[in-house]
Write a protein that binds this ligand. Structure first.
Ligand code: CP3
Length: 352
């Protein structure tokens, strides 16, 4: 009997409230992207990746594309974490096959709320356009995830100004010029909090905070630059939107996942593919619903191993409320048929 089940509630939202369903909800990080031919066609029409992010109708279109194929339980706003540094005045380009490149950090970097939100209007309009699209195409059970980069990961790109193996410039700056770095993090805490609140105001139903480079920091700095800022952001969002679930994704946190979950009070936590499932079961699942953590290359490679590994994850994590996802973004080499095979498998398998 499930008379308590509110039919207006979407499966991924109830899961984040701690209620288990028959089969876990599923979505994939970077589910809209280069592995889909229709994405490549829309990106070509937009001109560049950043244009695609800033043209609300096209951002909404690419958000819908993976839903039409796979009926995921969640849509994720199509954008990029780096629109925040961009809105704070740092130039940003995505050169073909070179990843992001940022300009000098403005010396007078500060947070001016109205300019910041003005520049991010197209993102908020995309959120509205996606909600409109979900209704129009009758994806009534699909929840819309908004997102932001977390301060540490944003600072990594802002200081190093491009992708890096270890973000050594950022790490040295954090150590050598701690006060200045703290001031940057403080600005980012404000910016990220307001950005997420605005996304919720415009229709986001869940927020995910991406801290992709959390794993490069030793314990004390992890507390200072990952846990404390995230704890503050969660509090700021909850002051305005107490019921919107917040998923934290401190990639590479290892054993520090435990402190992150306990202190930040996130509603759910995203696991990278390296986190051992037995440890998660014992230490994290009693505290919080978890999301993850299939290795994206297992999905890209496919074959019998794909379903074996997916089965292993559900049999270990499916006892508690759990969201199926990858441990990081989908790789562009992934054949869409593998995604379909995975989704069908998850939907037809009994949970637990
Ligand atoms: O998940 C989704 O479908 C939503 C869209 C989304 C993108 N980026 C689109 C994107 C999200 C949630 C992100 C987050 C993001 N962006 C992160 C955090 C997650 C992670 O992957 O660790 C980071 C670190 C970035 C910064 C970024 N954006 C990098 C380093 C790159 C280049 C690497 C790459 O994959 O090309 C991007 C580009 C980017 N962001 C693409 C997409 C679909 C590829 C751009 C293209 O179409 O060529």
């Amino acid at each position: 009997m499930s008379f308590w089940f509110d039919t207006n509630m979407k499966k991924i939202v109830t899961t984040l409230q701690g209620i288990k369903s028959n089969t876990p909800p599923i979505w994939l990080m970077r589910q809209a992207g280069r592995y889909l031919p229709e994405y490549l066609a829309t990106r070509a029409k937009a001109g560049s990746f950043l244009d695609l992010c800033y043209i609300p109708e096209l951002a909404a279109e690419v958000t819908m594309q993976p839903l039409r194929r796979f009926q995921f339980d969640a849509a994720i706003l199509f954008s990029d974490i780096l629109v925040i540094p961009h809105a704070l005045g740092q130039t940003l380009t995505f050169a073909e096959n070179h990843g992001p490149q940022l300009g000098e950090m403005p010396l007078d970097l500060s947070f001016e709320s109205s300019t910041f939100h003005y520049k991010l209007q197209p993102v908020y309009q995309a959120v509205e356009a996606i909600q409109h699209g979900l209704k129009k195409e009758e994806f009534e059970e699909t929840a819309l995830i908004g997102f932001s980069g977390s301060p540490w990961t944003l600072a990594c790109y802002m200081v190093d100004r491009k992708g890096s193996k270890d973000f050594s410039n950022t790490r040295l700056t954090a150590l050598r010029e701690e006060e200045k770095f703290q001031a940057l993090i403080d600005i980012l805490v404000k910016a990220v909090s307001e950005y997420c609140i605005q996304q919720i105001n415009h229709g986001a139903e869940i927020i995910q905070l991406f801290d992709s480079w959390a794993g490069v920091l030793p314990e004390n700095q992890f507390f200072k630059w990952v846990i404390r800022p995230t704890e503050q952001i969660v509090k700021n969002i909850r002051k305005i939107h107490p019921h919107t679930p917040i998923i934290g994704f401190p990639k590479g946190a290892g054993l520090l996942y435990f402190d992150y979950v306990k202190i930040c009070q996130v509603s759910g936590v995203g696991l990278d593919a390296q986190t051992p499932l037995n440890w998660v079961q014992e230490h994290l699942q009693p505290l919080v619903p978890v999301q993850g953590n299939l290795d994206p290359f297992i999905l890209a490679a496919g074959g019998p191993n794909l379903l074996k590994e997916a089965d292993n994850i559900i049999s270990k994590l499916g006892e508690y409320p759990f969201i199926f996802n990858l441990g990081h973004g989908i790789d562009k080499s992934t054949p869409p048929e593998h995604v379909l095979q995975l989704v069908n498998f998850i939907r037809n398998r009994k949970n637990g």
